[in-house]
Design a protein around this ligand. Structure first.
Ligand code: ZN
Ligand code: ZN
Length: 237
């Protein structure tokens, strides 16, 4: 399994927002400007799936631009887009707000299969299984995902944005490798804090953690204690 960490930061900093390309076939989250930052790494002809964790702009806002890339590609296979319920409604609103007044749902279904989840579902897809796990992030709905590829023995979890909740615990306990939002210094309702992340690292010694969704402050002050990947880094298991 190959995970390209396209970005590992969050909205207010110069580095790219956190998103991933998995095995060259899956995009996980489409933050604002991610279409620019993915360009050195992505071949849209190969993309089969897009996963969205939640609808904050630093996870969702470029989805319409990713769609525009895919609509222009030679490969006419439909791309499966998986995310929390209300995904399609929000995507249509996004297009209309951005001056595509004639855009409608038919444009989407021609190129994409939209799969809206409520959380807790396990899907068997092409070469892998995935579970959507509901996490707490002070929003209407937010997921993390656990992936298990047929040709890789490891379970790999992505927390999305999450505080220390039951969903995050499930992701950690069921995964061997975890890409985990660690965006806060202080404990709060939106993100995991550095100390919570360090406690988890101590508690689950056999698991490999990557700390993402970083602020510049955390990267500068905690990079020795945390395991913060570089933007653009390719991680293989
Ligand atoms: Zn968020
Ligand atoms: Zn975020």
């Amino acid at each position: 399994m190959k995970v390209r960490v396209v970005g590992n930061s969050c909205t207010w900093f110069a580095k790219p927002n956190t998103n991933f390309i998995i095995n060259d076939e899956i995009i996980l989250d489409t933050p604002q400007s991610s279409t620019k930052f993915m360009l050195p790494y992505i071949d849209y002809e190969k993309i089969k799936y897009i996963f969205i964790t939640h609808f904050h702009s630093d996870h969702f806002a470029d989805l319409h631009l990713v769609f525009d890339w895919i609509k222009c590609r030679k490969n006419k296979e439909k791309v499966v887009v998986i995310g929390p319920k209300t995904l399609l409604k929000r995507l249509v609103i996004l297009y209309r707000v951005l001056e595509h007044p004639k855009f409608n749902k038919k444009d989407v279904v021609k190129f994409f299969d939209i799969v809206e989840l409520k959380g807790g579902e396990e899907l068997a897809l092409d070469g892998f299984k995935v579970k959507a796990v509901k996490v707490e992030h002070n929003v209407s709905i937010s997921f993390g995902y656990i992936f298990k590829f047929d040709d890789c023995e490891k379970y790999v979890g992505f927390s999305g944005d999450s505080n220390m909740c039951d969903g995050l615990t499930e992701i950690i306990e069921k995964s061997d490798v975890i890409f985990m939002d660690t965006a806060s210094v202080e404990k709060n309702k939106n993100h995991l804090s550095v100390n919570e992340a360090l406690d988890l690292k101590k508690k689950y010694k056999k698991k490999k953690f990557y700390n993402v969704h970083q602020t510049d402050f955390i990267t500068k002050n905690y990079s020795k204690k945390l395991n913060i990947p570089e933007c653009g880094q390719l991680i293989e298991f």
